[in-house]
Design a protein. Sequence first.
Length: 322
Amino acid sequence: MQWTDLKAQLLAVGQAHLTGEPAEQYIARSAAGPGAGGSGAVFFAMGSHRVKLGLSPVSSIEIAHRGNGTADLFFEGQRISGHLLEPGFHCPDQAFITVTASCIFSCRYCSVPRIRGKRKTVKEITEMVESVRDHVHAISITSGVLTDIEEEEAYVLYVIGNLTSFNLPIGVTIYPTAATPDRLKDLGVAEVKFNLEAATPELFSSMCPGLDYDLLWRVLDRSVGLFGRNRVFSNVIIGLGETDAELETCIRKLTSLGVIPVLRPLNPAAELAGTPRPSAERLKKIVIMHEKALAAAGLDPRLAVTMCTNCTGCDLVPGRDT
């Protein structure tokens, strides 16, 4: 089975049952997004390819850890040999850190508002980066919203100012104000990701009440002018109710601006806990659509140095998984 087919099928399930030797050092835990507060996840790799799977004792997929990271994946009668990747923080090779693990907004697919996690201090964050400095190539920063968008931005900017001394590329994804791209650029940030989340304004309004879809488009456009093509990204969740045609329209609009879409299969959580994941067949169809749009716009996800597009664990990424 080719990697694209296998990864699409694994992402359609989204979880695995971990057995075998102790593997705590290989378990990644999330403080942001739909996976926040869960049992953790592992990154299973075959050569340069990887996939992130949440941990669940009832999953139809089994990953048997043989020790020292060597692992076998059992799926639909197949045994696939590979290895587990040790996360820096949140994902392999990066210190991907959530600054504030709580949020005043209530996006319907997100568990963070219910968890009400704490905000990390600058000292905590710098110590986290220092602890993995010798085996990461980038720092990636994300955050919820503790009190309001402007205050969160100011605190994240303060954090970033204390991380530049590590001399690592920094990627940032936060909910922005109109001035956020300029302020991040002034601090020397390498890449930014501002998330549309939904393919249409109607879905966004339903899924993310109180947030501004039009502002996100303006901020993305401004960001390309500042950071350049191949350095600006935006999550769009697959499986919120959009049609393939609506998703393609959104993808083409993003790529025409010079933004690389990050097409994230829905991880059912929070209010959407009972919603089905997108099928493997749909994910494979969409990655072809995605690849064509990127090629037409002259964009290359392989150039990403931070955040999700560099990691590739949660998504099918053209050029990396195809």
